[in-house]
Design a protein around this ligand. Structure first.
Ligand code: SF4
Length: 753
């Protein structure tokens, strides 16, 4: 059973989160490094270059890596403080097995033997597909590729999916439908030369901070900036035009803009006729989407909608960026396609200073969705249901079609199947669903129904607390490989230090389990990340995400290579679609009509306020790493309710008051943060925390029908002022930790005053 073996408070005492405040030995220690290791940030999809300072096999600090072209040495607070996750008191260095008295440290052999026995027992008793794998896209390309092969050939299960399903997957589906390929159309260099930049559903300054620099460089040249978001985010405060639309109305806005572009004849007809199909159908869909219709659904003034369409339509060059704000919806794919229709109608793609991209959120959000650890995908972004694609991968993997499972369940569907008892066993790595999936209490109930759960992680995450076996995995800086940044640039992750104790690289753990299950012939040759990468290159060859011409050496020499790169002498492809050549068999892009429809949950008399959730600059995803770093917790210790003064006044709420927020799934009590930068009918909660502080206690398991992404960005809630004694105990504990971080002398250099 996968309930926690001790109370959460007892687990927290032992496994944290505790804070690491200072480098090894404190600020006064001699931290002169033995070496500097050029690598990349372990957090977001920007994948900034960084140099890690290493002394005595410990990461003790960092230096900027100014030569790396994407960020030229710039980093956000997470990147600056990432080195504090090494040498951390919470670090798992031994395998853990659940006992009646809590987790017990056991030797590697015992943990592995138990794991393999349980996998075999469950699959013999219930069938291969009764054991599922959930992985993540902070993993390198090599581990992503291996996770797919491990699940399908190592375990023989079809039920494998990844936490990119909670992130960029709507963009992936939309891009493949429209362009025939799933990648940012451009490197970020084209942002700088754009005359108009349209940013929608992307809190760039907090979630992709270095992209701000590209936008500001364009602004320095005179570019205009349009920002669409229910919140006036930090970037929006610098915009020429802010469109604070109602949550869930994004597709109504893009349809309204397309209507006006056509009405005012701001269409690039030459491009549309030569390089696209489906424009007539797309126009038919928007023929009634007048500014008044758009205004009624979005809550935006007619004049603002017209101004946006005019600015976009009349620009010579432009770049459209979107992110989770439009993708995390039950119509995430339609929202993405609505943006793409605007871009295609004006023909501003595949040319210098003209382009389009989703800003991937997770570290390897781009590469992680190309190599086959999605339930419906094989390496090279091939389709698992396409007979030709299956045949090619069977040849590369030396297996038969019968040995290669078909399409399985997506991440939320796997959790649903665990809840119903259809899936009995789970292996997860790099995934903390108890914080990141919607409807937290449903996820907790599902985990408690597993017969066996093995978790690979470097800290005991909230989900790992439910495991039967925890295998200590490696930190980013303890392994090597490649990732692919938001731009589509494949880069090298270099190893800086060895993992401590019994901890080891995730790929070694998966290979060992596969070998113990008797699958030596498919995994025995994986003796290094480069060996895995070389098979990945061949497996991707001929697919849309073609890495065949990329080698470790070439990446190092060029400071990254953009895929597709089909041959060893190919330079890579920073800008896609040049000359109007798209990836569909006819070489054209497709307009896909997008009919507006409401979110799955709308406001009503009982739940009259929109809720939207998201990230803050100081934390990363489910917070497993950043909630353990002193400076980051000091800056943002706990979640809060962002609320407009008018809505706050209606409920008698003032700054810092306790507010109970209730949805159809559950309730939270959080302190109010009263701001003018949010719509008065909407509240916002950052989602990085677990348990009683988890924003996902409120969100619903509604999915986009195509991408199966949950609708994190649109829920309905009611709010009520309550008393501060109802704040969860965790909140006070986090405030105490933040206070300690602020006042602990170890956090300051010697005698600065
Ligand atoms: S979190 Fe993202 S923006 Fe910040 S340093 Fe890391 S890669 Fe760069």
């Amino acid at each position: 059973m996968s309930t926690t073996p001790k109370s959460l408070a007892e687990l927290r005492d032992v496994y944290g989160p505790h804070l690491n405040l200072a480098p090894p030995g404190g600020w006064d220690a001699d931290l002169e490094p033995d070496k500097l290791v050029k690598t990349h940030c372990c957090f977001c999809g920007q994948q900034c270059g960084i140099q890690l300072k290493v002394k005595d096999n410990r990461v003790v600090g960092f230096e900027p890596w100014t030569e790396f072209p994407f960020n030229e040495g710039k980093l956000c607070p997470k990147g600056v403080k990432r080195y504090l996750q090494g040498n951390h008191p919470d670090r798992l260095t031994s395998a853990l097995v659940r006992t009646e008295h809590g987790f017990a440290e056991v030797d590697w052999e015992a943990a592995m033997a138990h794991t393999v026995n349980e996998i075999e027992r469950i699959q013999t008793q219930y069938g291969k597909d009764a054991f599922a794998v959930l992985s993540g896209v902070s993993l390198t390309n090599e581990k992503s590729y291996l996770a797919g092969k491990f699940a399908r050939l190592g375990l023989g299960t079809k039920n494998l999916d990844y936490n990119g399903r909670l992130c960029m997957v709507s963009a992936g589906v939309g891009n493949k439908k429209a362009f025939g390929v799933d990648r940012a159309a451009n490197s970020w260099a084209d942002i700088v030369g754009a005359d108009v930049i349209w940013v929608t559903g992307a809190n760039v300054a907090e979630c992709a901070p270095i992209t701000t620099d590209y936008i500001w460089r364009a602004r320095d040249r005179g570019a205009k900036l349009i920002v669409v978001d229910p919140r006036i985010t930090p970037l929006a405060r610098t915009a020429d035009l802010v469109l604070p639309l109602k949550p869930g109305s994004d597709c109504a806005l893009t349809n309204g803009v397309l209507h006006l572009l056509h009405k005012w004849d701001l269409i690039d007809w030459d491009f549309v006729k030569a390089h696209t199909t489906g424009f007539e159908q797309a126009l038919e869909e928007v023929k009634d989407c007048t500014p008044e219709w758009t205004s009624g659904l979005t809550g935006l003034p007619v004049a603002a909608i017209e101004k946006a369409a005019r600015m976009w339509g009349e620009a010579e060059t432009s770049f459209l960026l979107h992110a989770r704000g439009i993708e995390h919806q039950s119509k995430g794919v339609e929202n993405v396609l609505g943006c793409i229709n605007m871009v295609l109608a004006t023909g501003r793609i595949g040319k210098p200073n003209c382009g389009y991209a989703t800003i991937t959120g997770q570290g390897n959000g781009q590469g992680g969705r190309e190599h086959g650890h999605k339930c419906d995908q094989l390496p090279g972004n091939r389709d698992i249901e396409n007979p030709e694609h299956r045949k090619y991968i069977c040849e590369v993997w030396n297996c038969t079609d019968e040995e290669l499972p078909g399409k399985g369940l997506t991440a939320q569907e796997i959790m649903n199947a665990i809840h119903t008892g259809e899936i009995k066993g789970l292996l997860s790595l790099c995934f903390n669903p108890l914080v990141s999936l919607p409807d937290t209490e449903f996820t907790r109930a599902a985990l408690s129904r597993l017969e066996f759960y093995v978790n690979l992680d470097f800290f005991l995450s909230e989900t790992a607390q439910h495991a039967d076996v925890v295998l200590p995995a490696a930190l980013h800086e303890e392994d090597e490989g490649t990732t692919t940044s938001a731009e589509g640039r494949v880069i090298r992750i270099n190893k800086a230090v060895e993992p401590p104790g019994d901890a080891r690289a995730d790929w070694k753990i998966l290979v060992e389990i596969a070998q113990r299950l008797g699958k030596e012939k498919w995994f025995g040759h994986f003796t290094s990340p480069e060996a895995i990468f070389n098979e990945l290159r061949v497996a991707s060859k001929g697919g849309t995400a073609d890495y065949f011409g990329i080698t470790y050496e070439k990446i190092e020499k060029n400071l990254g290579v953009f895929w597709p790169c089909p041959e060893l002498d190919h330079p890579g492809t920073p800008r896609l679609f040049e000359g109007g050549k798209f990836f569909h068999p006819d070489g054209k892009a497709k307009f896909i009509p997008t009919r507006w429809r409401p979110p799955m949950e709308v406001v009503d008399a009982e739940y009259p306020i929109w809720l939207t959730t998201g990230r803050v600059v100081f934390h990363y995803l489910s917070g497993t790493q950043t909630r353990r770093i002193g400076f980051l917790v000091e800056q943002c210790p706990h979640p809060y309710l962002e609320i407009h003064p008018r809505l706050a006044a209606l409920h008698g709420i003032e700054e810092g008051d306790a507010v109970e927020i209730t949805s159809r799934r559950g309730a939270l009590v959080l302190p109010a943060k009263v701001v003018k930068s949010i719509r008065p009918d909407t509240v916002f909660i950052p989602y990085h925390w677990p348990g009683e502080l988890s924003a996902n206690r409120l969100t619903a398991r509604h999915l986009d029908p195509l991408s199966k992404i949950p609708e994190y960005k649109v829920s309905s809630v009611r709010i009520a002022k309550t008393t501060k004694d109802r704040f969860p105990a965790e909140l006070a504990e986090l405030q105490r930790m933040a206070f300690e971080a602020r006042t602990d002398q170890a956090n300051l250099p010697e005698q600065v005053f």
